[in-house]
Design a protein around this ligand. Structure first.
Ligand SMILES: [Ca+2]
Length: 248
């Protein structure tokens, strides 16, 4: 029932968007240039921790700068010396791990993309799960304005998160959980995209439908993920326990 209601809600949203495409506020579209990549002048301004070796020295293959080096772990291929980033401890809502990214100049942004894939396989549960994105134009230490909280699915794909356009120089990514590991939290790449103002109605409609399509894909992926979790639980539940559950 709940799934049907959610699906109906998304369809109603789609109809509303088509019907009122000209009634939205300042229309914007996400750009295609990753503003925070090292190649485009982006930097890591501060971070909570990074993986170190037995002598307390940072391990270059897990360095925080790997988040903006443009290199991705894909399938069985790991770029030499760039495994992603891994924290020193496990995050929690009260003690998140965090990274602050810095743009070369103040920009209006409306999209971040997270690739959770690192050299650690997904079944270790180290990939990032719950995140919060906030921005500041005043300083690396804030104050920061929250723009969104999201769940990064435990899937080896880049995941896009859109939000109301905000001006930013510093973008803070707080990570409050992983997928179950008691070792660290990690991800492979973080990207930031500009909100480009457009007064073209067709551009505006395409942008809104593009965002809706992403929502639909994320909804479908979350449903598939929940189904996979349910199937795993069903397979791993001992028959006696299952029978007892059924008798209650
Ligand atoms: Ca990378």
């Amino acid at each position: 029932m709940m799934r049907k209601l959610q699906r109906t809600g998304l369809i109603v949203t789609a109809i509303a968007i088509v019907a009122s495409a000209t009634a939205w506020g300042t229309p914007t579209m996400a750009g295609t240039r990753n503003l925070v990549s090292q190649a485009n002048g982006g930097q890591i301004a501060k971070f909570s921790s990074q993986s170190v070796d037995e002598n307390g020295q940072p391990r270059a293959e897990w360095a925080v700068t790997n988040l903006i080096d443009g290199l991705h772990v894909v399938g069985s291929h790991t770029p030499e010396g760039s495994y992603g980033w891994c924290s020193q401890s496990v995050p929690s809502p009260d003690n998140p791990e965090w990274v602050i990214f810095q743009l070369p100049e103040k920009r209006l942004i409306s999209r971040v993309v997270i690739d959770p894939v690192t050299d650690d396989p997904e079944w270790l549960g180290r990939w990032v799960k719950n995140v919060r994105v906030s921005v500041s134009t005043e300083g690396v230490d804030g104050p920061y304005t929250n723009v969104g909280t999201y769940i990064v699915l435990r899937q080896g794909i880049e995941q896009t998160f859109d939000f109301t356009p905000h001006e930013a120089v510093w973008i803070k990514l707080d990570m409050t959980s992983n997928w179950g590991s008691d070792y660290c939290v990690g991800l492979g790449e973080f990207k930031v995209y500009e909100a480009i103002v457009t007064n073209d109605e067709l551009d505006q409609l395409i942008s809104r439908l593009d965002a809706l399509l992403l929502d639909l894909k994320r909804y479908r992926d979350s449903q598939l993920h929940q189904q996979e979790e349910a199937n795993t639980q069903a397979v791993t539940t001992p028959p006696a326990a299952a029978a007892a559950d059924g008798a209650q």
